[in-house]
Ligand binder design. Structure first.
Ligand code: G4P
Length: 526
C-alpha cells in the first residue's frame, strides 16, 4: 500500500522520550486515538500483549512484563503522515534507544508533573541535544498532585539549559485541577479536556479565578502573572535549533491536552532533516533513494524466524521491488517486501519517501548503521556504539558448540542486544552491555534460538575503549605492551579492554597518537 499523503514534506517522524512510568505508553495510545488511528482505549497495551504472546521465545520479556523491543507506528492526521518511533523505556536498553533517536526529526519529552526531570529523561535529552533534535514538552499527570508550574519550567531551563515557552497553563492540579488556559489561543480547556468555543483571551480567563479562595488555584494564577512577564513566546526558529521547547500540560490518562499536543506536532515538528553523511550530507529532496538501518529486530514473528531491519528513508522514493546497494558490503539488495507498521498491523509498502520508516525482512544481510542507496556511494554517519558499562566473559558450557556460539554472538551483536569483543590472543569472547538485563537476554536467546548453553562470568576488565590509530607504529608498541587487553569488535576495529579508568588515562598520556574513544560512530567505522 501507499500512504495517503504524498511527498516527504508531509512526513513528521518523531519519538517520545521519558523516564519509565511518566506515561509514554498511555500518551502513545491517546495520540493514536485522537488521530483516529485506533478506536478503542487499551489498544497499545493490547498490541503489546499480543506481541508478547507471539514472541514467547523471549521469556524474560514475559516474566518481567516489560517490552524491551521497540517498534514504529505510522498514522495519518491533518493531511500529514506521522511516524512515531517507540523508544524502549527500560533503562537497560539505552543504546537501542539512542539509535532510534538517530532516525527522528523531533521528540516529545514527557515529564511527570510531580517528579520533574528524571534520570532517563535527562540522558535521552542529551542525545537529542547532540543531534539538535527539537523537543516538544508534555507535562503529564496534571490530574494528580503536581509541582508548581513555574518550578517545573525553571527545572527544565536549569537542568537542561533549554528555554521554555509555556503553551498551556494549568489552573490547579490534582483534586484542585480546574482546567487549562490555552495561552496561544486565549481559550479555556475544561477538566474533561474540551476546549470552550469562544476565546476571550488570557486576561479574561485569569479573571475568572481572581477571587478564588483556593490556595492552589491562587498560586497558579500568581505564577501565570509572573510567567507572562518573564518567559519567552514560542519561536519556531529557536525550537528548530533545539534551544527552546514549547511546554504543554495535561493528562494522558484523562485525555486532557492530548489533542492540543497532537496539533502541536502537526504544526511545529519539522519536516525530514538532512542526514549527516560521508562524503556529502543526504538531503531529503535528492532524487536517488537513500536510507539507513537504525535497528534490527529478530524473530518478531517466531513462525517465520524473520529478521527485520528498520530503515529510515533519507532521500528519494523507496519502491517495492527496487534494488538498493548496501554500501558497507558493496552488494545489491532487492527490496521485495518492505513493510509499513501501523498501530495494529503491518502492510506491504509500495512506496516510501524521506522520513518514512520501513521494515525490510532479511537474513542477516543488513546491520545497524548500514546505508542503502540507489545513487553514488554514501554512508550516513552519527549512529553510535557506546562503550559498555558492563563487561563480562562468555563461558561456553559445551565445547563442541564453538561455531554456534560465534554465530549466536554475531547475530545478537548485530541486533544490538550486546556488543561482542574477541581478544586477539587466546580464545573466548567478552560481551559488553549497558545494563544486566541485556546479558540475561543474551543467555536466554542463545539457549532458546541457537541451542548454545552459555554462562556469563565476571571479567577482569571494567570497560572497553575503541582505539583510533593515528600512528600504526605507536599502536604496535601499545599492543605489544598490553597483549592481553587488545581485542577486536565485530567490525574488526581495535578495542582496549581496560582494567580501570586510571589505566585508560595513563595509556592516553603515554600514547598521544592513539585516541581512546568511549563511543564509536558506526558510519565512520565502516
Ligand atoms: P510508561 O510507558 O512511560 O512507562 O508509562 P505508562 O503509560 O505505562 O504509565 C505509567 C502509569 O502512570 C500507569 O499506571 C498509567 O495509568 C499512569 N498514568 C499515565 N498517564 C497518567 C495521567 O495523565 N494521570 C494519571 N493519574 N496517571 C497516569 P499503572 O497503575 O502503573 O498502570 P495501569 O495499571 O494503569 O496500566
Amino acid at each position: 500500500m501507499s500512504l495517503e499523503s504524498t511527498g516527504y514534506k508531509s512526513r513528521r517522524t518523531f519519538a517520545i522520550i521519558s523516564h519509565p512510568d511518566a506515561g509514554k505508553t498511555t500518551l502513545t495510545e491517546k495520540l493514536l486515538l485522537n488521530s483516529g488511528a485506533i478506536h478503542l482505549a487499551g489498544e497499545v497495551k493490547e498490541r503489546g500483549e499480543r506481541r508478547r504472546t507471539r514472541s514467547d521465545w523471549m521469556e524474560i520479556e514475559q516474566k518481567r512484563g516489560i517490552s524491551i523491543t521497540s517498534s514504529v507506528m505510522t498514522f495519518e492526521h491533518d493531511g500529514l503522515t506521522l511516524n512515531l518511533l517507540d523508544t524502549p523505556g527500560h533503562a537497560d536498553f539505552s543504546e537501542d534507544t539512542y539509535r532510534t533517536l538517530t532516525a527522528v526529526d523531533s521528540a516529545i519529552m514527557v515529564i511527570d508533573a510531580a517528579k520533574g526531570i528524571e534520570a532517563q529523561t535527562r540522558k535521552l535529552f542529551e542525545v537529542c541535544r547532540l543531534r539538535d533534535i527539537p523537543i516538544i514538552t508534555f507535562v503529564n499527570k496534571i490530574d494528580r498532585e503536581a509541582r508548581d508550574t513555574l518550578e517545573i519550567l525553571d527545572e527544565i531551563m536549569e537542568t537542561l539549559a533549554l528555554d521554555t515557552a509555556p503553551m498551556m497553563w494549568p489552573v490547579g492540579a490534582g483534586v484542585d485541577f480546574n482546567g487549562l488556559i490555552d495561552l496561544e489561543h486565549g481559550r479555556f480547556i475544561s477538566t474533561e479536556g474540551k476546549p470552550e468555543a469562544e476565546a476571550p483571551g488570557i486576561e479574561a480567563l485569569a479573571g475568572r479565578f481572581a477571587d478564588t479562595q483556593n490556595q492552589q488555584i491562587a498560586a497558579s494564577m500568581e505564577g501565570l502573572e509572573l510567567a507572562s512577564g518573564s518567559l519567552p513566546n514560542f519561536d519556531q526558529a529557536a525550537f528548530e535549533e533545539g534551544t527552546l521547547t514549547p511546554v504543554y500540560f495535561g493528562s494522558a490518562l484523562k485525555s486532557i491536552g492530548v489533542r492540543e499536543l497532537l496539533e502541536a506536532v502537526c504544526r511545529f515538528a519539522p519536516e525530514p532533516r538532512t542526514q549527516p553523511a560521508r562524503p556529502e550530507p543526504v538531503d531529503p529532496s535528492m532524487a536517488a533513494c537513500t536510507g539507513f538501518v537504525f535497528k534490527v529486530q529478530a524473530n518478531m514473528d517466531p513462525n517465520h524466524r524473520d529478521r527485520v531491519a528498520f530503515v529510515r528513508v533519507a532521500s528519494g522514493t523507496l519502491k517495492r521491488g527496487m534494488r538498493l546497494k548496501n554500501v558497507r558490503t558493496g552488494k545489491d539488495l532487492k527490496v521485495a517486501n518492505p513493510m509499513f507498521f501501523f498501530a495494529r498491523e503491518r502492510e506491504l509498502a509500495d512506496e516510501a519517501v524521506a522520513g518514512d520508516v520501513v521494515g525490510i525482512p532479511n537474513h542477516g544481510t543488513l546491520s545497524v548503521g548500514d546505508t542503502l542507496t540507489e545513487g553514488p556511494d554514501v554512508t550516513v554517519t552519527g549512529i553510535p556504539n557506546f562503550a559498555p558499562e558492563l563487561l563480562r566473559r562468555v563461558h561456553l558450557s559445551d565445547a563442541s558448540k564453538t561455531k554456534q556460539l560465534a554465530k549466536a554472538l554475531n547475530d545478537l551483536a548485530e541486533e544490538g542486544v550486546v556488543q561482542v569483543f574477541k581478544p586477539t590472543l587466546g580464545s573466548g569472547y567478552y560481551v559488553g552491555a549497558v545494563g544486566p538485563l541485556q546479558l540475561e537476554v543474551l543467555t536466554s536467546r542463545a539457549a532458546a534460538e541457537y541451542s548454545v548453553p552459555i554462562r556469563i562470568e565476571p571479567a577482569q576488565y571494567v570497560t572497553a575503549r575503541w582505539v583510533k590509530v593515528n600512528d600504526k607504529a605507536q599502536f604496535d608498541k601499545f599492543a605489544a605492551l598490553h597483549r592481553l587487553n587488545i581485542a577486536e569488535d565485530r567490525y574488526g576495529d581495535p578495542v582496549f579492554l581496560a582494567p580501570s579508568q586510571w589505566e585508560i588515562d595513563r595509556c592516553a598520556k603515554d600514547f598521544p597518537e592513539l585516541v581512546f574513544m568511549a563511543t564509536k560512530d558506526r558510519g565512520l567505522a565502516a
